[in-house]
Design a protein around this ligand. Structure first.
Ligand code: MG
Length: 395
């Protein structure tokens, strides 16, 4: 840990993505207003080398990590000698485990984010988690690293940040239910028979949040919400039957905790990811930042509906996989990634995402208590199986 007044060493995994770039904006604001002293010591990205170059110029990290040798060769000639260049899975593992890192923001997308979470926790860094797969796929492995109650894992996702903040008013044994809110996505009011044939443009048109492509499609299918139920289960140690998802189209209440005395505590605010990002960075303190105001007099209604399985069949499939546990969420996650890619390439229609997920979970050989190797094998099995399903769709 850093000494008083000295800088907090910060690593950002996935610095060029949606969460990564917003994290850098928040860090810049906190540093420039003297409210924090973050030293951006390490950045990793996949292949957006141009943006990473700009970030290196601006933040002068000691380490960067890129996806592979091609990206390494592209970046190497233009990198200052004070920045060490790492690449590939091994490079990412080293970057995530730097002993000097106080905080590691894991904003990687996909299965690739699990190992860095485990590595950073083992190096005693605090992990600020935006990578869903760490808990969706590896919840068991990740929570084995935690000593509850502790603050070594802070959620960045808006729903989990809301629950995390609400939990400041009570303790674990006092929880009755967790209530996760969902905007309902772009197809909330679309006639059911039009949803299954919808294309990418319609599914990418999210009403409230601006996010990356995969998570936007996952919001349309509600796979994202089912994944968030899994994350909440592991993060807050609450069984699935006491976690409920509610459609709340206005997206002002980001999630709630119902306590044993009947009190419901939630977190409200504008739908802006920089708020939960900043809370994770500055926890347990709150710092000044001005994003947007909420004018409560302009909110005419806050509505809630239960989640309709006919509209969001994938939600049910993922929740069943969650209850099966083991390697089932890993299979679903990998299949979902392949299906979304095919959907964005217009090879399948929207309805085939959920039917594909169902087929994959039905044909999986369930393995209980999987280690990371089994999860990796399940991931590639599900990818191959899904690809062949897309090429040779069942009648
Ligand atoms: Mg969310």
């Amino acid at each position: 840990m850093s000494l008083e007044n000295s800088a907090d060493n910060l690593t950002i995994l996935g610095s060029t993505g949606s969460i990564g770039t917003q994290t850098l904006k928040v860090v810049k604001h906190l540093n420039s207003t003297g409210q924090a002293n973050f030293n951006l010591s390490a950045l990793s990205c996949g292949s957006n080398i141009n943006l990473l170059r700009q970030q290196v110029d601006e933040f002068k990290p000691s380490y960067v990590c890129v996806k592979g040798e091609q990206e390494r060769d592209e970046l190497k000639p233009v990198l200052p000698s004070s920045t060490e260049l790492l690449w590939g899975t091994e490079g990412l593992k080293r970057l995530a485990g730097l002993p000097e890192a106080d905080k590691v923001v894991n904003a990687l997308v996909g299965f690739i984010g699990l190992q860095p979470t485990l590595t950073a926790l083992r190096s005693n860094s605090q992990v600020l988690l935006a990578n869903k797969e760490s808990l969706v796929i590896g919840g068991e492995l990740v929570t084995e690293q935690l000593n509850r109650p502790d603050d070594s894992l802070i959620p960045i996702d808006s729903e989990h940040s809301a629950i995390f903040q609400s939990m400041e008013t009570g303790n674990h044994s006092e929880i009755r239910r967790l209530l996760l809110t969902a905007s309902g996505g772009p197809f909330k009011d679309k006639p059911l028979d039009e949803i299954s044939t919808a294309g990418p443009d319609q599914a990418l048109d999210h009403p409230n949040w601006s996010m990356g492509n995969r998570i936007t499609i996952d919001s349309a299918t509600m796979v994202n919400k089912a994944f968030e139920v899994i994350e909440a289960h592991w993060l807050f140690d609450v069984e699935y039957d006491r976690i409920e998802a509610l459609v709340h189209p206005q997206s002002y209440i980001h999630s709630m905790v119902e306590f044993q005395d009947g009190s419901v505590v939630g977190e409200m605010g504008p739908p802006d990811m920089r708020i939960p990002i900043q809370y994770a960075l500055t926890y347990p303190h709150r710092k000044q930042n001005h994003f947007h105001d909420v004018d409560f007099t302009q909110i005419s209604e806050l509505t809630f509906q239960s989640l309709d399985y006919d509209r969001y069949p994938a939600f049910k499939t993922v929740k069943q996989a969650a209850k099966s546990g083991g390697n089932a969420p890993a299979a679903i996650n990998a299949a979902d990634e392949v299906l979304i890619e095919a959907f964005l390439d217009e090879k399948i229609n929207f309805g085939q995402i959920s039917s594909g997920l169902k087929r994959i979970s039905e044909s999986l050989d369930l393995v209980k208590n999987p280690d990371i190797e089994v999860l990796r094998e399940t991931d590639s099995w599900a990818r191959n199986k899904t690809r062949s399903l897309i090429q040779n769709p069942p009648p």
